[in-house]
Design a protein around this ligand. Structure first.
Ligand SMILES: [Mg+2]
Length: 257
């Protein structure tokens, strides 16, 4: 690795530019520290239902959330119920599910509930045509997972066609098509927290295409960190999920010193 990298207490490597950015925001209050869950606070695993948290990363985020004038948030495309089952009930971290649509209870009208149910059952039929596919039900739609199918492009196209026909919006992620009614996205969720907290700065970590909405709302004072390489609007990148705990621990160390 190049000369632009320096070690830190955790033994992992953080780019010197990212270190300087974290040094700077560590001194700002109120500070919003927000992170995606899958692939960031949890390693990507073959079975999406088994996405157990990276305990070191989660512990660092929780400890940040305990600090004064510091607000910790985990934002996920998963339902709030699923996210809560992975992270556990917590006062230190605010959990936000379904791309920002679920935070403090979601009002779902009877009409929408019927459309959601119909979409979920149609996607279930698509999944049966593509063995290995799975439908994750959400309050305002569903996620169609196709990591294990033999014809992934065809399965994804079929799921998108079904969603579009039902009037749902689709978001393509890593081997998943999110099919949602309404227009919640992670960027709106972050903007809402920034406004509510009057945050002086935001740190956001994400690994997937849906996190680009969050990176897009960040300003000059903020620190967007893409986890893994690939096109991104984030100003900083770390190589992969194993680096996340080091980043959060570094921020924690700077904010408490
Ligand atoms: Mg993710």
């Amino acid at each position: 690795m190049g000369s632009g990298l320096s070690g830190h207490a955790g033994g992992l490597l953080i780019d010197t530019d990212l270190r300087s950015a974290l040094d700077r925001v560590a001194a700002l209050s109120p500070l919003l520290v927000a992170s995606d869950y899958d692939g960031v606070l949890s390693p990507i695993v073959p079975d999406p239902a088994a996405a157990v948290p990276d305990q070191a990363a989660l512990a660092a985020l929780r400890r940040l959330g305990e600090l004064p004038a510091t607000h910790a948030v985990a934002v996920s495309g998963r339902s709030l119920a699923a996210l809560t089952s992975f992270v556990g009930e917590t006062d230190e971290i605010t959990l936000v599910g379904t791309h920002g649509a679920e935070e403090s209870g979601l009002e779902v009208s009877g009409d929408l509930r019927n459309r959601v149910r119909e979409l979920q059952s149609t996607l279930g039929a698509v999944a049966r045509q593509h063995p290995g596919a799975a439908v994750e039900e959400k309050p305002i739609g569903a996620a169609f997972h196709y990591r294990h199918v033999t014809r992934p492009a065809e399965a994804a196209a079929a799921a998108r066609a079904v969603a579009e026909a039902s009037g749902a919006r689709t978001i393509s992620g890593k081997m998943v098509v999110e099919c949602l009614f309404g227009d919640a996205n992670k960027g709106d969720a972050i903007r809402r927290f920034v406004g509510r907290l009057s945050a002086a700065a935001t740190v956001y970590l994400g690994d997937d295409t849906t996190d680009e909405d969050a990176f897009a709302v960040l300003g000059e004072a903020d620190v967007g960190i893409k986890v893994g390489y690939g096109d991104t609007r984030a100003a900083y990148t770390v190589a992969g999920q194993p680096d996340v705990a080091g980043v959060l621990e570094y921020l924690l160390e700077r904010r408490t010193s």
